[in-house]
Design a protein around this ligand. Structure first.
Ligand SMILES: [Zn+2]
Length: 380
C-alpha cells in the first residue's frame, strides 16, 4: 500500500486537472514554480549551448538541467559551490535539475567498472581515474545546489533481461543509500525507476521506488535505443503504479511524438539535448517534422521557419537568412535555431498542459498526429 510521507516544504506538487492519464500540475521549488507538463532544456556544462539565460527566459524555459558528471570533472563541484551553487554560477535564477552522473558514467562502456558499492571510471577528458558511489553522487549534487537532484542509478541496455534484473536491484539499493546520504532540505531527491523493456521488472521497480516516498519519481533506461512502441508500452505499465501525487520525470526524451505520447501516459517532466543538438546541425524542429536549413531549396525562401511560430527567430528572420548563416559558418545560426527548437518543445508542452486543463487533450493529439504523419517526410 502506497502511503508516503507528505512532501515537505519548500516542495509541493498540485495536480490541477487530469484528462485520461494526463495531468496538468504545478511543482513548487525554492527557485520558482514549474508548470507541468514541462520540457527542460539541457545545459550539460552549466550552459544551454549557444544561449544566454536571458534568451532562455524569453523563450519560456522554466526548468533547466545540468549534468553532474561533466561539472564534477570540470570545473569541479568545489568551484561551483564557492560561487554559491549553480544558480549564481550560471546566472539562471529559476529551477535547476541535476542528474546523478550515473547515465554518463555507464555510457563510458569500457572506461568504467561497476561493483555493488559504486562505479570506478576514467575521465573522457584526460583518462584520470575517479569513483562515484551513491553517497558521492549526492555530495556532489549538494555542492552543485540544484533544486531537483537524482538518485545514483545503473542504466542497463534495455533488452538485456539478466543485466536489467541486476541493475534494477542495484538501483534500488543505491536509492536507499542516496536518501540516507542526503542532508539538504532545499533539494528534492527523485528516485529512478529502471527495468528495461520488461513489464514485471518495471512494476517491481515502480513499487519499490514509490515506497521510498521521494517527492518525485524519474523513469530511466528508456529512449536509449529501444523501439518507440516498447517505450510507450513501459509507460502504460508504469502509469497506474506510480504515485498520483508526485511529479513524474521521463529522462532524456524530447522527440515531438514521444513527448505527446508520454504526456498522454501521465508524464510531467521531460529533458533532452535533441533541440539544441539539432540546432547546431542545421535542423529546425517543427510540429510537421524536421527541416534541414542547409538545403539549397531554402536559398531564396523568404518565409520564417514556421509562419505561426511566435519565437524571436521566426518573428525576425527568413529561411533564406538562416541558410546563409549556416553556409557561411556563422555561429548565430546555432543560437537562432536553438531558440526556435526549444520554443517548439516548450510551447508544445505548454499547449498540451492547456489542453489537459480544458479537457480536450485527445482532440489535440488527434490533430497533431494527423499533421505530423502527413508532413513527416518533409525532409529526412
Ligand atoms: Zn520559431
Amino acid at each position: 500500500m502506497y502511503n508516503p510521507a507528505p512532501m515537505t516544504e519548500p516542495f509541493r506538487f498540485e495536480v490541477q486537472a487530469t484528462d485520461g492519464a494526463a495531468r496538468a500540475g504545478r511543482f513548487h521549488t525554492p527557485h520558482g514554480v514549474i508548470e507541468t507538463p514541462v520540457f527542460a532544456p539541457v545545459g550539460t556544462q552549466a550552459t544551454v549551448k549557444a544561449l544566454t539565460p536571458a534568451q532562455l527566459d524569453d523563450l519560456g524555459a522554466s526548468l533547466v538541467l545540468a549534468n553532474t558528471y561533466h561539472l564534477y570533472l570540470r570545473p569541479g563541484p568545489e568551484i561551483v559551490a564557492e560561487a554559491g551553487g549553480l544558480h549564481s554560477f550560471m546566472g539562471w535564477p529559476g529551477p535547476i535539475l541535476t542528474d546523478s552522473g550515473g547515465f554518463q558514467v555507464f555510457s563510458l562502456a569500457d572506461r568504467r567498472q561497476v561493483d555493488d558499492d559504486g562505479v570506478t571510471f576514467r575521465s573522457h577528458l584526460d583518462g584520470s581515474e575517479h569513483r562515484f558511489t551513491p553517497e558521492r553522487a549526492i555530495a556532489i549534487q549538494e555542492q552543485l545546489g540544484a533544486d531537483i537532484i537524482m538518485a545514483f542509478d545503473e542504466c542497463a541496455a534495455p533488452d538485456d533481461r539478466l543485466y536489467n534484473e541486476q541493475a534494477m536491484m542495484r538501483t534500488h539499493a543505491w536509492a536507499e543509500r542516496c536518501l540516507a546520504a542526503k542532508t539538504k532540505d532545499a533539494q528534492a531527491l527523485f528516485g529512478i525507476v529502471q527495468g528495461g523493456i520488461f513489464p514485471d521488472l518495471r512494476r517491481q521497480s515502480a513499487d519499490f521506488i514509490s515506497a521510498l516516498g521521494t517527492p518525485g519519481l524519474a523513469i530511466g533506461g528508456l529512449s536509449v535505443g529501444e523501439a518507440k512502441v516498447d517505450m510507450y508500452a513501459m509507460l502504460d505499465v508504469l502509469e497506474p503504479r506510480l504515485p498520483p501525487d508526485r511529479p513524474r520525470y521521463l529522462m532524456g526524451v524530447g522527440a515531438i511524438d514521444d513527448l505527446v505520447e508520454a504526456v498522454r501516459r501521465g508524464i510531467d517532466i521531460f529533458d533532452c539535448v535533441l533541440p539544441t543538438r539539432l540546432a547546431r546541425n542545421d535542423a529546425a524542429m517543427t510540429r510537421l517534422g524536421r527541416m534541414n536549413l542547409r538545403n539549397a531549396t531554402y536559398a531564396r525562401d523568404q518565409q520564417p521557419i514556421e509562419a505561426d511560430c511566435d519565437c524571436y527567430t521566426c518573428r525576425h528572420f527568413s529561411r533564406a537568412y538562416l541558410r546563409h548563416l549556416i553556409v557561411a559558418g556563422e555561429m548565430l545560426s546555432a543560437t537562432l535555431l536553438s531558440i526556435h527548437n526549444l520554443t517548439t518543445l516548450i510551447t508544445l508542452a505548454a499547449d498540451l498542459r492547456q489542453a489537459v486543463l480544458d479537457g480536450r487533450l485527445e482532440a489535440m493529439v488527434t490533430e497533431l498526429r494527423r499533421s505530423y504523419a502527413k508532413h513527416r517526410p518533409v525532409e529526412a
